[in-house]
Design a protein around this ligand. Sequence first.
Ligand SMILES: Nc1ncnc2c1ncn2[C@@H]1O[C@H](COP(=O)(O)OP(=O)(O)OP(=O)(O)O)[C@@H](O)[C@H]1O
Ligand SMILES: [Mg+2]
Length: 221
Amino acid sequence: MLIEMRNIRKVYEQGDSTCEALAGIDLKISQGESVAIMGPSGSGKSTLLNIMGCIDRATEGEYYFDGKEVNDYSDGERAKLRNEYLGFVLQDFALIERYTVKENVILPLKYSKKIKKEAREARIDEVLKLVGIEEKKEQSVLKLSGGQRQRVAIARALVNEAEVLLCDEPTGALDKATGREIVNVFEELNKKGKTIVIVTHDPDVAAECDRVIKIVDGRVE
Ligand SMILES: Nc1ncnc2c1ncn2[C@@H]1O[C@H](COP(=O)(O)OP(=O)(O)OP(=O)(O)O)[C@@H](O)[C@H]1O
Ligand SMILES: [Mg+2]
């Protein structure tokens, strides 16, 4: 099993108030699956994705990634796992606007030894081609459309040969047709063996995934 969570709880503390965002999540995701995570606003989807992506830690429970309990990892070990195995795709793309496409995509390579320096240029060309945006390589991202920006973000997520893409409402800022194109990109990547987890409010996006996990009030329904 690639991802396994057992009784994951997340409690946010703010001053003297607390919020239980996740109330005991159990789930499994296999290598190569595409999974949609759906549920009402505030149900804990982003919290769950952040814990899955080792951006945040669970308050309680067990999280096994590739058989290893990563809740117990040090911050450094978690950063390495994030950089080498996980790619993130967010609703607002999270690109650096004053950089070119290439400068954005190269960023994760600077923090990893996974791709050797002399192989970087070829790797960038490869991922840009994979997402269909190779002709924009030297352009500033400021001049790109929303769909093109999301392609850049997916290329950046993939450049370190991530096994898993974790996507939080990746089509949320796109019109229907452009969102469809981005879903097609995910489908192609999934066919090539990538594991894809997509938080989405859009039933059409979810319908393209192998499986839907529904979250309500911090629990799997
Ligand atoms: N950093 C935080 N500090 C305190 N509470 C938080 C924090 N992040 C999220 N929460 C709370 O945790 C609960 C779950 O939030 P989360 O963002 O995971 O929901 P969501 O399902 O992603 O919602 P949406 O569909 O609107 O994005 C909410 O009640 C939210 O207010
Ligand atoms: Mg959210």
